[in-house]
Design a protein around this ligand. Structure first.
Ligand SMILES: Nc1nc2c(ncn2[C@@H]2O[C@H](COP(=O)(O)O[C@H]3[C@@H](O)[C@H](n4cnc5c(=O)[nH]c(N)nc54)O[C@@H]3COP(=O)(O)O)[C@@H](O)[C@H]2O)c(=O)[nH]1
Length: 706
């Protein structure tokens, strides 16, 4: 059975109206009926009472005279009254019935309560009235008792009930008809609203509107509310659509940007930013593809590892802008030497380039390319009116002979490159097995060098410098040594270039500087005459931003007279970037240090700069001293340098003095100072202290020669 809750509003309304009208009708008709019945009952009672009274009056006289017959006749007159079924007269003092009347249909009737003193006695079926009878003298004669049947009353109830039921049924039917019609008035707009809501929901069309209701009731509010709601949704929808459109546009733009960025990032991930050449990752990828192809097609391919000689030096001294320009130019020239797009030129980082030459038919073709590269780099590169010269060292490995995978081929080409470097630079070498060993050894040394400072494996040795005229020691050059447990005593020529390449020269150089200054202080404390100590500065150290601070700190920490510290700079270090160098040199001079130009004569000195530089000393390179007494050119050069130095008021140190003849000649040329094995080899600090206590007699050395 359908529950009330599940019924449609239409049926609910009909049912409610029907039920309520029926209940109202039922109650009202019942009330009316009860009221009517009470009235009928009263009327009936009054009627019988009146009959009783009237009959009592008419029969009192007859009873008084014991006239039974007339009394009975009078009682029989009651037959006109339908409801009176029995009438009896009792004469006092007898208790028997004096006269009576009984409706023929009611044979077995009995009074409800004979001799009843109450006026009115009632039962379900009958009503009994008693009336005392009096003589004209008011003597009590007896009683008249009337019994009325209630049946007519019940008949009336039946009729009333039937009528009421008919009315209720008709009313309910009419209520049903009416409610059906009325509920339509209410539910039709609701249905209309529901349909519209459904349509809006299906079509998602918030521009739809429900027609306004002609009435001015809650439905109108509902319709207006619904339309307002649609307007709000439409407005919000519009804003949402605009927002979405904006969002979509943003997303599209962002996606395009991301795509572009992604492409850029992919490009960046595989290319070198400075030269735009493929980087290591792309080179490896291409090399792998080339190896696969070569394997399948029995081809030979070559890998070239190129390192630029002295690039770090140019970069450090001329600055990164010059270094970058140089690398870009080298890239262009390398590209010009290859067959594109089959071959690949890549920059691995720093000054390292690799070339992948595919299908070269025979290894000698790789050598031809290497020669082209060397030749193409011969032409100098101009940077700010300055000509820069760069040479390459090239290692070559061949697939499949020198390796069948990228890693091995690269490693072996690298080893070939080191061979080329060791054999004089600006050339190329094919990989041979031993080259690999050299590369491994270099790597091993690099690792050990990194630990050397921490394990205190460095020592500073001192080589005395003599005043040739006076024959006395004036100072010493501090020369670093590496006492490695693995390589024993390593000379600086073997590890200083490596330290420069790796940047380790910075902490090593600082340590040498501090140790040399400490040692100098020790000499002074030991009561020696004022001696200077000269310390070599590498290019990398010289361009360090905090060089001045470091040196000043060391000198002030040790409370040393800065004048006793001499800094040795090579020509090749100070000349290329003369303007910047000038500033640094001036600053060092302001701190009170002595400055000397080491290996003088080997580089390209600009004499005008030499004049402007605040230099104190020129150290003639030992290569000019070596053949001084045999080679007239060297002799001419040395005398020229000494003459020039005197004019510029610079002192001159001759390096690498090994023989008495050399010393004697230098003395004759009026060279100021001498340094070399003849005067004293570099020695450990303790040995040098002993040397100072008992120095060499330089004069006697020269006298023997004369
Ligand atoms: N940046 C730094 N460079 C340093 C430091 N210590 C040394 N060096 C540089 O290493 C190069 C080689 O030095 P070394 O092996 O010590 O050789 C020096 C002398 O032993 C050698 N010498 C001296 N007299 C003679 C001689 O009569 N004959 C001969 N054959 N060799 C001799 O010359 C080297 C000193 O040269 P120089 O520095 O030019 O005065 C060398 O270039 C050092 O500069 C360091 O701490 N930092």
């Amino acid at each position: 059975m359908l529950k009330f809750k599940e019924l449609s509003i239409r049926y609910k309304l009909t049912l409610i109206m029907l039920l309520s009208s029926s209940i109202v009708l039922l109650f009202s008709s019942t009330a009316f009926m009860i009221n009517d019945l009470i009235s009928i009952q009263r009327a009936m009672e009054n009627d019988i009472e009146v009959q009783t009274n009237m009959t009592a009056v008419s029969i009192s006289f007859r009873v008084h005279f014991d006239d039974v017959e007339q009394t009975t006749n009078l009682l029989n007159a009651l037959s006109e009254h339908n409801s009176i079924v029995l009438a009896q007269v009792y004469k006092y003092p007898e208790t028997t019935v004096f006269a009576s009347y009984q409706r023929p249909s009611a044979t077995t009737l009995q009074l409800i309560a004979p001799h009843q003193e109450h006026n009115l006695v009632s039962s379900v079926k009958y009503l009994q009235f008693s009336k005392p009878l009096y003589s004209p003298n008011q003597d009590y004669l007896g009683d008249l008792v009337l019994l009325a049947d209630r049946q007519p009353f019940y008949d009336r109830i039946k009729i009333y009930t039937s009528i009421a039921l008919i009315i209720i049924i008709i009313s309910a039917f009419m209520a049903f008809l009416l409610s059906s019609r009325l509920q339509h008035i209410i539910t039709a707009p609701i249905l209309k609203l529901a349909k519209m809501a459904q349509r809006v929901s299906i079509e998602k069309n918030y521009a739809l509107r429900i027609d306004p209701s002609p009435s001015k009731d809650e439905i109108t509010f509902l319709f207006n509310g619904f339309n307002d709601m649609l307007s709000a949704i439409q407005e919000r929808d519009k804003k949402l659509a605009q927002h979405n459109e904006h969002l979509e546009r943003t997303v599209t733009n962002r996606t395009a940007e991301l795509k572009k960025l992604n492409l850029k990032l992919t490009y960046q991930a595989y290319h070198d930013a400075l030269t735009n050449l493929p980087n290591r990752a792309l080179f490896i990828k291409r090399a792998e593809q080339a190896i696969n192809h070569a394997e399948q097609n029995n081809e030979i391919l070559a890998m070239l590892f190129i390192d630029l000689d002295r690039f770090k030096f140019i970069n450090d001294t001329l600055g990164h802008a010059a270094g970058d320009r140089l690398l870009q130019e080298v890239s262009k020239r390398l590209l010009a030497c290859t067959r594109l797009p089959e071959d690949t030129v890549a920059r691995l980082g720093g000054d390292e380039f690799t070339l992948l030459l595919r299908d070269i038919k025979e290894p000698s073709n790789a050598a031809i390319v290497a020669e082209y590269i060397i030749k193409s780099l011969t032409n100098p590169l101009c940077f700010h009116d300055q000509e820069l010269y760069i040479t390459p060292s090239i290692g070559i490995s061949i697939f499949p002979k020198d390796g069948r995978d990228v890693g091995t081929l690269m490693k072996n080409a690298d080893a070939g490159m080191y061979m080329a470097k060791r054999q004089g630079r600006n050339n190329y070498r094919f990989y041979v097995h031993s080259a690999n060993a050299a590369s491994a050894a270099r790597l091993n040394m690099e690792n050990k060098l990194r630990q050397a400072l921490e394990f205190e494996e460095f020592e500073v040795w001192y080589q005395p410098r003599f005043d040739i005229r006076k024959g006395i020691v004036v100072g010493a050059e501090a020369l670093v040594r590496w006492r490695s447990p693995e390589f024993s005593l390593v000379p600086p020529a073997q590890f200083i270039p490596l330290a420069e390449d790796t940047g380790l020269i910075i902490p090593i150089g600082e340590w040498v500087l501090r140790t040399a200054c400490q040692e100098n202080q020790r000499w002074q404390r030991a009561g020696e005459p004022p001696l200077h100590v000269s310390v070599n500065l590498s290019a990398r150290q010289f361009i360090q931003e905090d060089l001045l601070i470091t040196i000043e700190q060391i000198v002030s920490d040790l409370n040393m007279d800065p004048h006793r510290l001499e800094l040795e700079l090579t020509e090749s270090l100070i000349m290329p970037n003369a303007e910047d160098t000038l500033e640094t040199l001036k600053a060092l001079k302001r701190l009170g240090m002595q400055l000397s130009v080491d290996d003088f004569g080997t580089g390209y000195s600009s004499l005008s700069y030499l004049k402007r530089f605040p230099i104190d000393t020129l150290k003639i390179d030992q290569s000019f001293i070596r053949d001084l007494n045999h080679d007239s050119d060297d002799s001419t050069l040395v005398t020229a340098i000494i003459a020039m130095a005197q004019k510029l008021r610079l002192t001159v140190v001759a390096e690498g003095v090994e023989t008495r003849e050399q010393l004697s000649l230098l003395s004759r040329y009026e060279c100021d100072y001498a340094q070399g094995y003849l005067c004293g080899k570099p020695m450990p600090a303790t040995e040098f202290r002993q040397f100072l206590e008992k120095p060499l007699n330089l004069k006697s050395l020269m006298e023997d020669v004369r």
